[in-house]
Write a protein that binds this ligand. Structure first.
Ligand SMILES: O=C[C@H](O)[C@H](O)[C@H](O)COP(=O)(O)O
Length: 220
């Protein structure tokens, strides 16, 4: 099976986690896009969705699903999104598409986080994928120097501006042996808006698309 076929299979499997007549949170990226396309078959049961990016909002609206502002809802039953890496504890690296801040906000509100990914995203230890860090533009150089002090090698994502008007530092070589602690440490750097570690609030359910079918993992 191709990677896209695995993404489609896992996206379709995630439909089983969508709660009827509840507000749904929807992530960003190629795997999330397959999920949005799959939602067409059950859209009559989705009163509204909260999107984690402008791109996702547009895709949902094209399908005829109402997109609402997060401030207008009290809770989100389920949030479905992809990941760039996921470890056995269901901690993730996210933000390859630059949507990490809104993703982390929607994930924080959601009662359940369902991560959907193809098998290439499963890793024993996070950190092969460079960690995306969203930064206020004027703080870019300062934050980069602080990341170097932590052992990282930050690379400015040239020509990319987030939905929030900020920039991204893709950071190589960080030692992510303790994702929860590193997530907190990175949050302490002034000028950092969000880092791409989703460890304090990891996934509750992980669906992995593999050549043997879709496998389900629960947070240990
Ligand atoms: O900012 C993007 C998101 O965190 C995505 O969920 C992540 O990059 C995975 O994307 P994809 O499904 O395209 O591999």
């Amino acid at each position: 099976m191709t990677q896209d076929q695995l993404k489609r299979a896992v996206a379709e499997a995630a439909l089983a986690y969508v709660e009827k007549d509840e507000v749904l949170g929807v992530g960003t990226g190629s795997t999330a896009n397959f999920f949005i396309d799959a939602l067409a078959s059950i859209k009559q049961h989705i009163p509204a969705a909260v999107a984690s990016s402008k791109a996702t909002a547009e895709r949902l609206q094209k399908l005829g699903i109402e997109v609402v502002d997060l401030n207008s809802v009290d809770n989100i039953s389920v949030y479905v999104d992809g990941a760039d890496e996921v470890n056995p504890y269901l901690h993730m690296v996210k933000g390859g598409g630059g949507a990490l801040t809104r993703e982390k906000i929607v994930a924080a509100v959601a009662k359940k986080f369902v991560c959907i990914a193809d098998a290439s995203k499963q890793v024993p230890v996070l950190g092969q994928f460079p960690l995306p860090i969203e930064v206020i533009p004027m703080a870019r150089s300062y934050v980069a120097r602080e990341l170097v002090k932590l052992g990282g090698t930050p690379v400015y994502r040239q020509g990319f501006v987030t939905d929030n008007g900020n920039v991204i530092l893709d950071t190589y070589h960080l030692s992510i042996v303790n994702p929860v602690a590193l997530e907190l440490t990175l949050n302490q750097i002034v000028g950092v808006v969000t880092n791409g570690l989703f460890a304090q609030r990891g996934a509750d359910v992980l669906l992995i698309g593999s050549s043997d079918g879709v496998k389900t993992y629960l947070k240990p």
